[in-house]
Design a protein around this ligand. Sequence first.
Ligand code: C2E
Ligand code: MG
Ligand code: MG
Ligand code: MG
Length: 292
Amino acid sequence: QVKHNGKNNYAKFDQHMVHFQQDKRKMEKVLRDALVNQNFVLVFQPQVYARTKRFYGVEVLLRLRTENGTILTPDQFIPIAEAAGLIVPIGAWVIRAACEQGMAWIREGFDPIKISINISGLQLKSIQFLSNVKAILEETGMNPANLTFEITESTIIDQSYAVLNVIEEIRKLGISVAIDDFGISYSSLSVLKNFPIEILKIDKSFVREMVTDEKGYKIVNAIINIAKSLDMKIVAEGVEDSTQLELLDELGCQFIQGYYISRPINEIEIERFLVNRTVMQQRYLIETKKHK
Ligand code: C2E
Ligand code: MG
Ligand code: MG
Ligand code: MG
């Protein structure tokens, strides 16, 4: 009986793997085609000053538009892009498109804003990465001082020696480096010690817990204090309500990003923020009155 079940389970498992492999191959093709057919889309999530709610910049987030019009989020295709070696060209497309958009906003008369781009570890390790970035800066005219590359903590740890060198080169180009999803891996503190990183992004899981959980609150407080003592800028991600925002501001977190301010939006919607950079302040005042 036991053996029989075991066999059935294997059969089921194999079936599952076959489907998984087929789906994976299908997705690889979708990704390859998307590069040619321009099916990748960027959305932008505002980052604001915690104290004044004034606009600071955007994080660039990648989306994939499929043939039937569905929009896929990165967790649905980035791992496959990485496994298929496609993250390098896709990542280069993201950097170029983000710089072009940044320059388009400037041409329309808006002041330059900070643009933060997620970079995969595999991209960093690829030999053409730095020369690609240099070429994009030259060709688009983007000022590197307005760019930040976000690298996840786990990337940095997994590939520490190779990555350290690339991070130093990125900094030499005048681009800032942020550590993304800070606090969720096992050697967060050694990353801070060993890498020349200017910006720390507190992972949204900590932001979520800081309101409901006393220990969670103390941990966020400690992270902010460490970052401050190292002269790092601090961005909290995943801020979803005014309580979180106020606590973070009180603790000295300078920048916030999250659904409470805005979901990721398209380049036209971003212009609404650029037209009146204090728009967030008005929104904030309305919100806090409602809550009181
Ligand atoms: P991330 O860099 O940590 O980006 C933040 C993610 O949290 C985004 O998900 C964003 O939409 C979501 N988010 C923002 N505010 C809130 C909030 O208030 N609450 C909650 N629950 N979520 C919020 P998204 O766009 O699905 O991206 C997921 C991850 O995919 C990103 O995490 C980043 O690691 C990766 N990613 C996105 N774009 C790119 C890209 O161009 N290249 C690479 N290599 N990775 C990317
Ligand atoms: Mg990020
Ligand atoms: Mg993050
Ligand atoms: Mg994240």
